[in-house]
Ligand binder design. Structure first.
Ligand SMILES: [Zn+2]
Length: 509
């Protein structure tokens, strides 16, 4: 098969060490203590209490639902949080006999404390069944995952905030919605009757079913609703979770009423299971260690939103993942097809010279064996890919021909810019200060460093960049090595690229 420039799968040994983002080290020890106060055992105990048969499945408006609300209010009282209900208490009642549980941590910065970050989860479930039960009916539906898991995480995160020596700059509202299972009634009611100024809500985090972490995989929904969500969540992901980002915003969860009024939202969710909306959604099936990881990640995200420089700017979410399609095929700089002839002849054999291309103009012929290009010996495919893509123009190509006793040097005027590091990119519409790799040249420094199509770059040489122009400038001005902060599946790591071809380029220039 003749080869032309096209993406191919490259398998590179995973030399990439997972390293936590730089901020981790910079955060204070008080922050670290608060973070590590979030524990699997406390979360597990709380899920156990909420899912206990005594609360009868926490259906909104029932005795069990009311008892669950009392229990939550008591926890906030114990933590000395102020209530954020309409009268300053913990409850926000609404018809017929439902109630949200609300507590607030006022921000510490006089200029920023008006802004509110909402961390919420619904605490109601299905009681003994009802219309949305998948059966069997007549038994307590404990709703351990749905949503004792999210409820206990909100409490545990609130407790972690309470351990900080001073609150974050912005205000945090901890919200436990009632009657979610009856049609998002609690969250809709709050949005229609906000107890803090709704126009000051900068972001909303929704936790719904986060107790069944499997294979370290966490779904993150709605990242399309705010510019910068994915970057912010990834940089906070010190737990090393595999994050599956979704850009659309479903209208079937409590974050939707917030989104509908122009607030950036994000929802965490560990995925569906066979016990969903059944009496078998029990506490013993909760992955407590997984719940701890998710709750710690959410605390880190909430803290960054509450204390960081900025929160994501609202944008209308696209149902389409901006990663698809990735069309980053670089220009064909030379215009040949070839076979790797490394084993028999030691070079690449030209099988095709395309019409009206640099190769044709330079006099390259079908059957030529290319042994040297731009001052570099060509032994195999990867050499050739990497060299052609990174060479300055004009370049000298050395070919061996059967009719000629000596190798022939040809001067070729390459088209397109040299890809020094061996990757092409485009901007991510949903994120400022991030680019997405659209092509990685086999054998290039980027390939050798293990980079792949779809990887996102957030920093160059330890520095943020504002836009594509600044990114391009930082990449161009790096000489011998290039330090990138790269994200893949929500995991961030430092990737050093080494300019192995620099000598070649200098000689050719
Ligand atoms: Zn549910």
């Amino acid at each position: 098969m003749p080869r032309t420039f096209r993406p191919r799968l490259t398998v590179v040994a995973a030399l990439l060490l997972f390293l936590p983002p730089l901020e981790a080290a910079e955060k204070s020890s008080a922050y670290q203590a608060a973070l590590s106060s979030i524990s699997a055992s406390e979360l597990g105990n709380e899920v156990g209490e909420l899912a206990d048969v005594a609360l009868e499945g926490r259906e909104a408006g029932t005795a069990g639902g009311h008892a669950a609300g009392e229990h939550l209010a008591e926890q906030y009282k114990r933590l000395r949080f102020a209530g954020a209900g309409p009268e300053g208490g913990y409850f926000q009642p609404f018809a017929p006999n439902f109630r949200n549980v609300l507590a607030v941590l006022p921000g510490s910065d006089p200029k920023l404390r008006d802004q509110v970050i909402v961390v919420g989860a619904h605490y109601d479930h299905l009681g003994y069944g009802g219309r949305s039960s998948l059966g069997p009916y007549g038994y307590v539906h404990p709703g351990a995952d749905d949503n004792a898991s999210g409820t206990s995480a909100v409490l545990e995160i609130a407790q972690a905030f309470s351990l900080l020596p001073s609150p974050p700059k912005r205000t945090v509202l901890f919200a436990h919605w009632d009657a979610e299972e009856k049609g998002l009634l609690g969250s809709k009611y709050w949005v229609a009757n906000p107890t803090l100024p709704r126009e000051h809500v900068a972001a909303m985090i929704n936790l719904d079913m986060i107790g069944r972490l499997r294979e370290n995989r966490l779904n993150v929904y709605g990242v399309g609703s705010g510019a910068g969500w994915r970057r912010l969540v990834s940089l906070a992901n010190e737990e090393g979770l595999h994050l599956a980002f979704r850009y659309d915003v479903s209208n079937r969860a409590d974050h939707h009423p917030f989104y509908a009024t122009g607030i950036p939202v994000v929802m965490f969710h560990t995925g569906m299971h066979d016990q969903y909306h059944r009496p078998s959604d029990a506490a013993q099936l909760i992955n407590k260690e997984g719940l701890e990881k998710v709750a710690r990640l959410v605390f880190a995200v909430a803290y960054e939103l509450a204390d960081g420089t900025a929160s994501p700017a609202f944008r209308t979410a696209t149902p389409v993942d901006p990663e698809s399609p990735l069309t980053g095929k670089p220009v064909d700089r030379l215009g040949v097809g070839w076979n790797d002839d490394a084993a028999t002849a030691g070079g690449v054999r030209v099988t095709l010279v395309k019409h009206d291309t640099p190769a044709e103009r330079a006099g390259v012929q079908t059957g030529d064996l290319i042994v040297r290009f731009a001052g570099r010996d060509i032994r195999c495919d990867a050499d050739f890919f990497a060299t052609v893509s990174s060479a300055e123009s004009p370049a000298t190509v050395t070919v061996v021909r059967s009719e000629s006793p000596k190798p022939v040097d040809l001067k070729v005027e390459l088209v397109g810019d040299p890809l020094r590091w061996g990757f092409t990119w485009r901007v991510d519409e949903a994120e400022t200060g991030a680019i997405i790799l659209t092509h990685v040249v086999p054998g290039s420094p980027a390939d050798q460093a293990g980079l792949a199509i779809g990887d996102r770059v957030y920093r160059v040489a330890g520095r943020d960049f504002a836009d594509e122009t600044e990114f391009a400038r930082l990449v161009k001005t790096s000489a011998e090595s290039l330090q990138l902060l790269v994200e893949r599946d929500g995991r961030v790591r430092h990737v050093p690229l080494r300019a192995r071809l620099s000598e070649t380029i200098r000689r050719a220039a």
